[in-house]
Design a protein around this ligand. Structure first.
Ligand SMILES: NC(=O)c1ccc[n+]([C@@H]2O[C@H](COP(=O)([O-])OP(=O)(O)OC[C@H]3O[C@@H](n4cnc5c(N)ncnc54)[C@H](OP(=O)(O)O)[C@@H]3O)[C@@H](O)[C@H]2O)c1
Length: 198
């Protein structure tokens, strides 16, 4: 399977690229330092990525920039980070990618437990997650040629200890649980699902 991983230089993406490169052709993408450089806030850049990659079987996105900070200090400008990044960036990966993906291919986007379990300082991520999850459910009933779409929604993950204090009481998701959530999305048959790997 030819798998594009957008966000492949990050904490999640690095692990997934390592896990999936056995037995698959993995193409890594991020703003810098990967097989392909892409800025998901730019539709031209996304189009350019797909042109470089060519047709593919699965796209995984673990790129979802958001603003982290208190609501009191948040303005339209900060909020746009999640709207242009985690929300529209990932949605545009699908809107553009649908014209490059092979029949029976799949899209797997990243959201997070913050959709339904808010934490202080993460209103931007909660909102972006909710939008992406709504899009996943809706796109699933329109994508043609057996193309599937799902989201993986973990709570804080074991390789991100700097986030532990923001998620009191949450048992971190192990990297193996995270990986198997993505395995279910990419290699399973589900579509329109929000997969909680815990
Ligand atoms: N870490 C957690 O505990 C956790 C838990 C639940 C959900 N999440 C969500 O999961 C996602 C990934 O988390 P992570 O911890 O793996 O993040 P990370 O370590 O910060 O990695 C983010 C990746 O996305 C890329 N990226 C960021 N902005 C981009 C852009 N505009 N265009 C292209 N690539 C871009 C980064 O590449 P560059 O550095 O080159 O830009 C990097 O490869 C985030 O949306 C986060 O909200 C994280």
């Amino acid at each position: 399977m030819k798998i594009i991983i957008v966000g492949a230089s990050g904490t999640m993406g690095k692990h997934l690229a390592g896990a999936f490169e056995t037995g698959h052709e993995v193409i890594t993408a991020a703003s810098k330092g990967c097989d392909i450089q892409v800025d998901i806030t730019s539709t031209a850049s996304i189009e350019n990525m797909f042109k470089q990659a060519g047709t593919f079987d699965a796209l995984i996105s673990t790129a979802g920039p958001t603003f982290i900070g208190p609501l009191e200090k948040m303005t339209d400008k900060e909020f746009r980070k999640g709207v242009d990044g985690k929300m529209m960036g990932q949605i545009n990966l699908v809107l553009i990618g649908q014209h490059y993906i092979n029949p029976k291919g799949s899209f797997t986007l990243i959201t997070g437990a913050l959709t339904h379990e808010p934490q202080l300082n993460f209103a931007n991520a909660s909102a972006a997650n909710g939008a992406v999850e709504g899009f996943v459910r809706a796109a699933a009933i329109e994508l043609e040629n057996g193309i599937r779409i799902n989201a993986v929604s973990p709570t804080v993950i074991e390789n991100s200890p700097h986030y532990f204090p923001f998620f009191p009481g949450d048992i971190p998701v192990t990297m193996q649980q995270l990986e198997y959530g993505f395995r279910k999305a990419v290699f399973g048959a589900n579509t329109g699902q929000i997969i909680k790997p815990y």
